[in-house]
Design a protein around this ligand. Structure first.
Ligand code: ADP
Ligand code: F6P
Length: 319
């Protein structure tokens, strides 16, 4: 009989709770014991662990955040930290670990699997920066949060005939910016994957203004820089009053969208199912609309693709 531990690690993401619920319910359905490890690898190192039951995950499918909480742990990155983690898992008799997080968390899981722990990874991060999966849990919710904010910013930007630069999260990945920009009808999208030509952006802005356009929205991905410096540059180049907004942590919270809940429920179910088939060191992915599992080394090798077609379309549509 397996004993499964589940943890959430790295930046939290809406839908993590739906994934935890799916893991717990599937384990209980198969009469497998399941334990919640609090605060990611930091909590694991402190033995902050508790058994979960059917009631532990009631009424959480719609909640943002993570009931297990999350953290980043530098100590866990060391060999000593990982040995301690294995020792604690052994003390609890937990032989299998489900890690919900980003690729940093997956590297942690890989280290534990090399030391004999059965591990399954579920992609959970708003950034959508994991190469092996088309979507990670939380991305769709963050995208919709950004889109909602862009709509509000557009109202006031039009009223005052201004430019507004909206900074969104994503670390080194431009996906939130790209798709929020495309869906929000932004005039320009600045992402780390593409060189920026501020002169061209300024020209486009002025062309739009000459045609009677009342507002210009520029979406700026966090990986490109800070909105304040871009506000100054754009205002200098165009002479148009330019304001900026950093959407910040609101993108990490809120009730998950239907897409994120479905992704999380299916991946959580699949994680337990794989363990029951004695599979280990796997990452669960959605690729071309199919749920698949990949070896963790192979998964971590896959580079994130930037959707250049969507980027070019956004450019054409914002002529
Ligand atoms: P994410 O999982 O969202 O990418 P991080 O990169 O912050 O977030 O990683 C979360 C945690 O995973 C880190 O705080 C650390 O404990 C662990 N981790 C990250 N990278 C490694 C690594 N190379 N080896 C072992 N553990 C790692
Ligand atoms: O990975 C999710 C994310 O929100 C990134 O978009 C951002 O760069 C980072 O986490 C912020 O991390 P922290 O919560 O440590 O400030």
């Amino acid at each position: 009989m397996k004993r499964i531990g589940v943890l959430t690690s790295g930046g939290d993401a809406p839908g993590m709770n739906a994934a935890i619920r799916a893991v717990v319910r599937t384990a209980i359905y198969h009469k497998v014991e399941v334990f919640g490890i609090k605060r990611g690898y930091a909590g694991l190192l402190e033995g902050d662990i508790e058994p979960l039951n059917i009631y532990s995950v009631a009424d959480i499918i719609h909640r943002g955040g993570t009931i297990l909480r999350s953290s980043r742990s530098e100590y866990f990155k060391t060999d000593a930290g990982q040995n301690k983690a294995v020792q604690i898992l052994n003390q609890w008799g937990i032989d299998s670990l489900i890690v919900i997080g980003g690729d940093g968390s997956f590297k942690g899981a890989r280290a534990l699997s090399k030391k004999g722990v059965n591990t399954i990874c579920i992609p959970g991060t708003i950034d959508n920066d994991i190469g092996c999966t088309d979507f990670s849990i939380g991305f769709d919710t963050a995208l919709n949060t950004a889109l909602d904010a862009i709509g509000k910013i557009r109202d006031t930007t039009s009223s005052h005939n201004r430019v507004n630069i909206v900074e969104v999260m994503g670390r080194e990945c431009g996906d939130i910016a790209l798709y929020a920009g495309l869906a929000g009808g932004a005039e320009s999208i600045l992402v780390p994957e593409k060189e920026q030509d501020l002169d061209m952006i300024a020209e486009k802005l002025l062309r739009g203004k000459d045609r009677g356009k009342l507002h210009s929205i520029i979406i700026l991905a966090e990986g490109v820089g800070n909105f304040q410096e871009f506000c100054n540059k754009i205002e200098e180049k165009t002479g148009v009053a330019t304001r900026g907004t950093n959407l910040g942590y609101i993108q990490r919270g809120g009730s998950p969208t239907a897409s994120d809940r479905i992704l999380a429920s299916r991946m959580g179910y699949m994680a337990v199912d794989l363990l029951l088939q004695n599979k280990t060191s796997r990452v669960i992915c959605i690729r071309n609309n199919k749920y698949v599992d990949l070896d963790i080394n192979e998964a971590l090798e896959i580079k994130k693709d930037f959707d250049i077609e969507a980027y070019n379309i956004a450019n054409v549509l914002s002529i």
